[in-house]
Write a protein that binds this ligand. Structure first.
Ligand code: 13P
Length: 340
């Protein structure tokens, strides 16, 4: 695998005006989302819902790549086209979530470590054959009394770096996702501290494992107040703190940073990204790789009914368009009003 191919895939993932759709919810996670709108979590419903997203007319104008789940990578649209090929035909890069989820870390109550390295090399080869061009691995870091610990951060950073090196060997661009969770009543300052320690450890591990920074994408949390913190930082403060933290820890060789939404409302996730891009030119592209902030309104409109398909697709198109505008700092509240 040439470095050039990895680099050009990474650049295409974070090209101007576009971002990533995370549609890689495991069967357990998508069940939770479906339960919220009273849709039965059958394989056919999961397939139909993903088809709704991927066949939304004109979505390729705003979406450069889609992260799929193992089951979804193997599923087909009703016309018989496998999802990875359907996406590729539209000029959208198919990707695949390859971690096996976060489990309790023994000896570290309240902390988790992500599993999935055993057998990963073989799985990556198969995913590449099925059409994947990039991959994702998510680590979760919680904030609470006395946590995160250095041991948890370092264990997760090591796994992320081992995963990233294996991906690059197979010609898949690794999305490196260390997520500092929004859950809790912590301040934005504590989020900045935890995010700083996490990014420092992740980039040190990436260097040790000889990962080519030009051929990867970072998917971090934004630096933000805990969900139940009484003092919620404003949009400007979140943008400043996030960019400041990234500038301290993310080398300029990384082509792009694609944020997760982490439980922010769709509108706030667009506003924060837009504010960061409006601050001026940064060393890396600042983009999105949202799941909930792109999909929540779509699921609510769909509710498992074929008759709601067009309305649901319209909402997906709208959220993707808003985030595309946020890529150049041009998202406005008026865009929401105009679509309402
Ligand atoms: P959210 O945007 O809902 O945080 O999901 C992004 C993601 O892919 C988490 O791994």
């Amino acid at each position: 695998m040439s470095r050039n191919e990895l680099e050009s895939t990474a650049q295409a993932m974070v090209q101007a005006g576009k971002g990533l759709l995370a549609a890689d919810e495991s069967s357990g996670t998508i069940k939770k989302r479906f339960d919220g709108v009273n849709v039965e979590c059958t394989e056919e419903n999961r397939r139909a819902y993903r088809e709704l997203l991927f066949t939304t007319p004109g979505i390729e104008q705003f979406i450069s790549g889609v992260i799929l789940y193992d089951e979804t990578l193997r599923q087909k649209a009703r016309d018989g086209s496998p999802f990875p090929q359907l996406l590729a035909k539209k000029g959208i890069l198919p990707g695949i979530k390859v971690d096996k989820g976060a489990v309790e870390m023994p000896g570290f109550p309240g902390e988790k470590v992500t599993e999935g390295l055993d057998g990963l090399r073989g799985r990556l080869v198969e995913y590449r054959e099925l059409g994947a061009r990039f991959a994702k691995w998510r680590a979760v870091i919680a904030i609470d009394d006395g946590i995160p610990t250095g041991a948890c951060i370092d264990a997760n950073a090591h796994a992320l770096a081992r995963y990233a090196a294996l991906c690059q060997e197979t010609g898949l661009v690794p999305i490196v996702e260390p997520e500092v969770l929004m859950d809790g009543d912590h301040t934005i300052e504590r989020c900045e501290e935890a995010t700083s320690s996490t990014l420092a450890s992740v980039f040190s591990a990436l260097r040790e494992q000889r990962v080519a920074l030009k051929g990867m994408i970072l998917k971090p949390n934004m630096v933000i107040s805990g969900k139940s913190c009484p003092q919620q930082a404003g949009v400007g403060e979140v943008a400043e703190a996030t960019v400041r933290t990234l500038l301290r820890h993310v080398p300029a060789a990384v082509p792009g940073i694609a944020f997760l939404s982490g439980g922010q409302s769709p509108e706030l996730a667009s506003a924060h990204l837009s504010a960061m891009n409006a601050m001026g030119k940064h060393p890396w592209e600042l983009s999105f790789s949202y799941s909930r902030a792109l999909q929540d309104p779509v699921l609510k409109a769909w509710r498992g009914q074929a008759s709601n398909l067009a309305a649901a697709q319209k909402l997906f198109h709208h959220r993707a368009r808003c985030n595309s505008a946020a890529r150049s700092g041009k998202y406005t509240r008026e865009m929401e009003a105009a679509a309402a």
